[in-house]
Structures are given as C-alpha cells and as structure tokens.
Ligand binder design. Structure first.
Ligand code: 5GP
Ligand code: ZN
Length: 115
C-alpha cells in the first residue's frame, strides 16, 4: 500500500470505481477513459509499482491478474474475437499510474504497432 496511490485508494474503497470482479488478490474495474467497448484494468490488491518490481516473491499476483483477465474476457464476450493485454511501464512505456495494472481492451479491431 502506498499513501497517495490512486489504485490503492480504489482497493481501500476511498475513491469509487466500477468494479466488475475480484479475487482475494486481484481487482478488476472499468477504465475511466475507455479506449474500446471493453476496457478493464486489473490490479493486484498489493501495491506493486510496476513490472520492474516483480520478483519471485510477488509473481503470484501477476498470475492471479492473468487468470482474472481470462474470466473477464469470457464474461465480456470478447474471448472469441480476441482482445489485447497491455502493461505500460515507466515514462517511456506510457505508465501514468504507479501501481501495476493490466489493461484488457477489446470489442474492436486493434492495430499494430501501438502509438
Ligand atoms: P497507464 O497509462 O498507467 O497504463 O494507464 C492508466 C489508466 O488508468 C488509464 O487508462 C486511465 O484512463 C485510467 N485511470 C486513471 N485514473 C482513473 C480513475 O480514477 N479511475 C479509473 N477507473 N481509471 C483511471
Ligand atoms: Zn498502489
């Protein structure tokens, strides 16, 4: 937990979010600025700042996030057509919130390369 972390505030119910699913260690909620009809953020319920902080001691959180992402893809009806997972890291990666999060984006054709 980090005092001023936006996503820790969502975990602690200090600020509202459209939460759609959760497990003991992961939380899923809709992005406030969706880039497609499905745009869900999946976060660990423990403050991990970015992929750079992943290690053998906390990597289970990433597994939990991945499994929750698969469940959400099914529930959102985007599983068959496909979707995109994105994790941005640091300034060059475009990360704007310092609590690791997996974007699950789907419901339209994605393009490559990303901007
Ligand atoms: P990043 O750019 O760090 O990969 O992604 C951060 C994401 O968090 C952005 O897509 C942004 O729209 C979303 N976001 C920022 N603030 C809030 C918020 O208060 N609530 C929700 N639900 N999403 C947020
Ligand atoms: Zn946090």
């Amino acid at each position: 937990m980090s005092g001023k972390c936006l996503f820790c505030s969502i975990i602690n119910d200090d600020i509202p979010a459209d939460i759609i699913a959760q497990t003991e260690s992961a939380l899923a909620f809709r992005d406030i600025n969706p880039q497609a009809s499905t745009h869900v953020l999946i976060i660990p319920k423990k403050h991990i700042a970015s992929t750079r902080e992943l290690n053998k001691g906390n990597i289970e959180y990433l597994s939990e996030m991945a499994l929750l992402a698969n469940k959400i893809a099914e529930e959102e009806g985007i599983n068959n057509n496909g979707y995109r997972w994105v994790i941005n890291t640091g300034d060059d990666g475009g990360q704007t919130v310092g609590h690791i999060h997996l974007h699950v984006i789907g419901g339209r054709q994605m393009h490559w390369p990303p901007g």
